[in-house]
Design a protein around this ligand. Structure first.
Ligand SMILES: Cc1cc2nc3c(=O)[nH]c(=O)nc-3n(C[C@H](O)[C@H](O)[C@H](O)COP(=O)(O)O)c2cc1C
Length: 268
C-alpha cells in the first residue's frame, strides 16, 4: 500500500516539493471507494456463496432461478447448467418428514410419491442434487447401448406463455458404459430407489436387443427399469407399441429380468 513515506521517496526522485501532497490528495477518495467496493463485493460473494451452498430455498426461487432464466435464454444450455448444478449439489435442500407421504411400490420404499422422470438426468450425472432437492427417486436416462449425439440443435424450445417446453432431443446420451459408471460413482448420494430408463439406438439393427442389453448392463445399480417405447424423437420407436411387437419385446425383457430379479411380479 502507498503511504506518506512512499510519496516522500518519490518526491526525492522527481524533486517536486508539492508532489506528495498532490498525489495523496488525488488518491485518497479513490482509496476509500476501492475499500468500500471490495467490502461490498466480498460481503455479497460470501452471502451468495453461503446461500447457494446451504440450499436456501427462497434464495433459489426468488433470486438465482429468475436471474439464471433471464441470463440463459437457450433451453438446452439452461438444462445442461442445471444438471451441473445438481452434480455439485448447488440446489435447494429439502427432505420430506411426512409419515403420510411414505409410499411402498413393488417392495421399494419411497419417501414421497414424487420422483424425477427420465430426460433431465440422461447420463446419471445429477443424482446427488436430485435427491438433495427431495425427489424420492431418480430415473436416469433414456440411455442407449452406444453413445449417441441425438438430433440437430436447436432441439429444445421454450414456450414462455404456457410455461412449458418442447423437447426434440432424440436420446442424446453417453451410452450404457459411461452412464453405468456415473451411477456407480454416485452410490453414496442415493437417498431413495433409482430407476434406469432404457432406450434403443437410432441405428440399432435389433431394437429389442438394445433393451435386453440395458437390463443386463445396469443390473448392479438399478432398483427398477423403465422401457421407453413412447419417444416421438426416435423414428419408428413408437411402432414398438403395436401388439405383436410389444408382445415380442415384453417376452424378451422378461427372460433376463426373471433371471436378474426373480422377485419381480409381472402383471398380465
Ligand atoms: C427435456 C425433456 C427430455 C425428456 N427426455 C426423456 C427421455 O430421454 N426419456 C423418457 O422416457 N422421457 C423423457 N422425457 C419425458 C419425461 O420423462 C416425462 O415423461 C414428461 O416430461 C411428462 O412428465 P410430466 O407430466 O411430469 O411433465 C423428457 C421430457 C423433457 C421435458
Amino acid at each position: 500500500m502507498w503511504g506518506t513515506r512512499n510519496f516522500r521517496q518519490l518526491h526525492n526522485y522527481v524533486n517536486c516539493p508539492r508532489l506528495p501532497t498532490l498525489l495523496a490528495g488525488a488518491m485518497r477518495p479513490w482509496g476509500k471507494g476501492k475499500s468500500l467496493a471490495i467490502a461490498v463485493t466480498g460481503g455479497h460473494t460470501l452471502l451468495f456463496g453461503y446461500l447457494t451452498a446451504s440450499g436456501d430455498e427462497r434464495f433459489y426461487r426468488d433470486f438465482l432461478m429468475p436471474v439464471a432464466r433471464y441470463a440463459i435464454p437457450d433451453g438446452e444450455s439452461a438444462h445442461n447448467l442445471s444438471v451441473k448444478a445438481c452434480q455439485f449439489k448447488m440446489v435447494p435442500s429439502w427432505q420430506s418428514q411426512s409419515e403420510r407421504l411414505k409410499t411402498e411400490v413393488l417392495g421399494m420404499k419411497f419417501k414421497t410419491p414424487l420422483g424425477l422422470a427420465a430426460g433431465f438426468d440422461k447420463n446419471g450425472e445429477a443424482i446427488a442434487g436430485v435427491y438433495k432437492m427431495g425427489f424420492s427417486f431418480a430415473e436416469v436416462g433414456s440411455v442407449t447401448p452406444l453413445p449417441q449425439a441425438g438430433n440437430a440443435k436447436p432441439r429444445v424450445f421454450r414456450l414462455e406463455e404456457d410455461r412449458a417446453i418442447i423437447n426434440r432431443y432424440g436420446f442424446n446420451n453417453h451410452g450404457h458404459k459411461i452412464v453405468f459408471r456415473n451411477i456407480k460413482n454416485a452410490f453414496f448420494f442415493r437417498l431413495g430407489p433409482l430407476g434406469v430408463n432404457l432406450g434403443a439406438n437410432k441405428t440399432s439393427p435389433n431394437v429389442i436387443d438394445d433393451y435386453v442389453q440395458g437390463l443386463v448392463a445396469f443390473q448392479e445399480v438399478a432398483d427398477f427399469y423403465v422401457i421407453n417405447v413412447s419417444s416421438p424423437n426416435t423414428a419408428g420407436l413408437r411402432s414398438m407399441q403395436q401388439n405383436d411387437k410389444l408382445r415380442a419385446l415384453l417376452t424378451a425383457v422378461r427372460s433376463p429380468c426373471s433371471r436378474l430379479c426373480p422377485d419381480v411380479y409381472f402383471e398380465s
